[in-house]
Design a protein around this ligand. Structure first.
Ligand SMILES: C[S@@+](CC[C@H](N)C(=O)[O-])C[C@H]1O[C@@H](n2cnc3c(N)ncnc32)[C@H](O)[C@@H]1O
Length: 310
């Protein structure tokens, strides 16, 4: 995934937000990225993970705490791949895609129209937590890979708690495992490249979080945090994305995008030797490169935490 850095913005609001996203779109990484241009890559990433998210949505729908779902807020919806999936999985509900990036909300609308879901999918521009007051009450608040981009995560969760209808639930997709795409030893460079990339990305993520507006350090014990904002934990489960090699064109392109983005985002945090290996991996003509090798795969896990009203 190509990384696009936003330069020269300060202060708060959409354009002042440190727009983290990271070397892999849904990983634990951050950075000063521009959501405006990330639509296609976010869409691509979510499409590859559709089955994983479908399983997650079905598990959430089947929890005893989740009753009749008439309205879903998909907070930090991005381009709406998961928004539309939620519309399919909750056929009696209207789904409101909430995001702080208008061009991504346009993509949500286009996708919903394409899939004939336009009558049940709405969009709402909101910058959280500042715009919490714009959000309608809901039976399910789904926030996938978005809360960690908000400085005051506790404040946002407390806002969610106040928006839940009786019997409502919050489903938070945060954490899991970093994506693995190559074997430990790839025959070039020092074994363990991806583990070193993860370490660099974790460091970068911490810097990204620290520079968000109203940044507040929070121990990522989501169930404890749920309790502190008046929500009762209802279950935690992780869902796998498991695409074994050899990869299809689409999945392979995604891996190439990921490494290209990591190369750019983490250039200052990786050694010259590792950068040289990544350059070989990205070279379409190199027989050891990602375009040509058969041992490239995608394996990742996303964790979903659910909480209901006390
Ligand atoms: C990594 S994307 C996740 C997209 C989608 N939920 C998914 O999992 O595929 C994060 C999204 O959160 C949005 N976002 C980040 N910070 C936000 C904030 N403070 N308020 C509202 N939306 C925000 C971004 O615009 C982006 O669309």
């Amino acid at each position: 995934m190509t990384k696009h850095i936003k330069h020269g913005h300060g202060g708060h609001g959409h354009h002042g937000r440190s727009q983290g996203h990271g070397p892999t779109a849904h990983g634990h990484e951050g950075g000063d990225l521009d959501w405006d241009v990330m639509g296609p890559s976010l869409e691509h990433e979510a499409e590859l993970g559709l089955q994983q998210y479908r399983e997650a949505a079905r598990w959430v729908a089947g929890l005893p705490a989740v009753r009749e779902v008439r309205r879903v807020l998909d907070v930090g919806s991005g381009p709406g791949v998961i928004t539309c999936l939620l519309a399919e999985e909750f056929p009696a509900a209207e789904i409101i895609a909430v995001d702080g990036t208008p061009v991504l909300l346009e993509r949500v609308r286009a996708r919903a129209e394409r899939l004939d879901l336009g009558d049940r999918v709405r969009t709402l521009y909101a910058e959280l937590p500042a715009d919490l007051g714009k959000l309608a009450e809901a039976d399910l608040i789904w926030a996938a890979n978005s809360l960690h981009h908000m400085g005051d995560q506790r404040g946002v969760l407390a806002g969610f708690a106040g928006l839940l209808r009786p019997g409502g639930a919050v489903a938070l997709v945060e954490g899991g495992l970093p994506t693995r795409q190559l074997p430990r030893d790839i025959g070039i460079g020092r074994p363990g490249l991806e583990a070193r990339i993860d370490a660099a990305a974790a460091d970068w993520f911490a810097d990204m979080r620290a520079t968000l507006p109203d940044a507040r350090q929070e121990t990522e014990d989501w169930n404890a945090l749920f309790g502190e904002v008046g929500l009762k934990p209802q279950g935690t489960r992780s869902f796998l994305l498991d695409l074994p090699g050899p990869l299809s064109g689409l999945a392979r392109d995604h891996v190439v995008e990921n490494f290209a983005r990591q190369r750019e985002v983490l250039a200052d945090r990786l050694t010259a030797e590792d950068l040289a290996v990544i350059d070989r991996l990205l070279d379409p003509a190199d027989p050891a490169g990602l375009h040509r090798r058969d041992d490239v795969f995608v394996l990742s896990a996303r964790t979903v935490q659910v909480a209901g009203r006390l």
